[in-house]
Write a protein that binds this ligand. Sequence first.
Ligand code: IMP
Ligand code: MG
Length: 338
Amino acid sequence: MPAIVIVGGQWGDEGKGKVVAHWCQRKRPSIVARAGVGPNAGHTVTIGDKAIGLQLTPSGFVYEGARLLIGPGVLVDPDVLLKEIETLGVGDRLGVDRHCGIIESKHREEDRQSKHLATGIGTTGTGCGPANRDRALRTLRLASDCDVLKPYLADVPLELNESLSQGKRVLVESAQGFGLSLFHGTYPYVTSKDTTAAQAAADVGVGPTQVKEVIVIFKAFPSRVGKGPFPTEMPQETAEGLGIMEYGTVTHRRRRIGHFDFAFAKRSCMLNGATQIALTKVDVLDPRCRDVKEYDQLTDKVVQFIHRVETETGTPVTLISTGPSIDSIIERGDAQTA
Ligand code: IMP
Ligand code: MG
């Protein structure tokens, strides 16, 4: 069975946590492997009225049958991870690859004190950029050097590839979004690594021929935190008028909000090799669609928007999220086939 990759299509915060959590409950994968840069991510999973923010643990933790792995390309901050393991009680099924780079306090400090990074770029201050620099310089410590991670060390590429050859289902959960890619995004206002689906597969050690489905997530109203170009950005008052007021999961900074950018979405689908689109927050487009669970109950306004996204990107919209809760989602076409 081939691997499936879920990636962000815009500037992060598209709703990966929610989409991944839903997907895992439905499809019951044997492994969910986290890709992406590191703890700069904040994935939110809402169960009932409880919102859980995750920086390193795969959002697929909600499906208890899944092994949770962190791929070698992902930076690990042991303090952040150990806290999540304790809070979520997932220590018995979580594995950290031996080759994961380790973020130390010096990396966090540099990220927060550097004028260029903190003020110029507007980074998350989680130490990812300085740690990836040290990795490129080959001075960064790895998980295998870190005593507190010893109980969790794993060979993630081996586990994943063995599962795939046994016909088991494997999900690669990426982080950030296409516009933040170091190679394809709005450089220099980007993160410290590529963020496309190909990089996500490389982050966890799965070869490109093993990936069959790439689900790219788009929000109906994209957002951006930190500095950088955002051609469809709207004034904060306009966003408030639409009922949108979002804050970053990690940094609590207020997010900039924009209108959907079809040309950007098309390019994002192209560079990610998208086979499906998950569209989130359509309830912002039309509040009458809030928590709707059937496609035929969506309003014309939302259905027309979905059709336009499909036409302009040439990619089918198979998942439609209508509210924060894990159950507020509609499956369509390919997403329905188990
Ligand atoms: P860094 O990744 O902390 O170096 O931050 C670089 C840029 O990427 C900043 O604009 C951050 O706000 C943004 N960024 C990094 N990770 C995320 C994420 O998971 N969601 C949204 N923005 C992010
Ligand atoms: Mg986020």
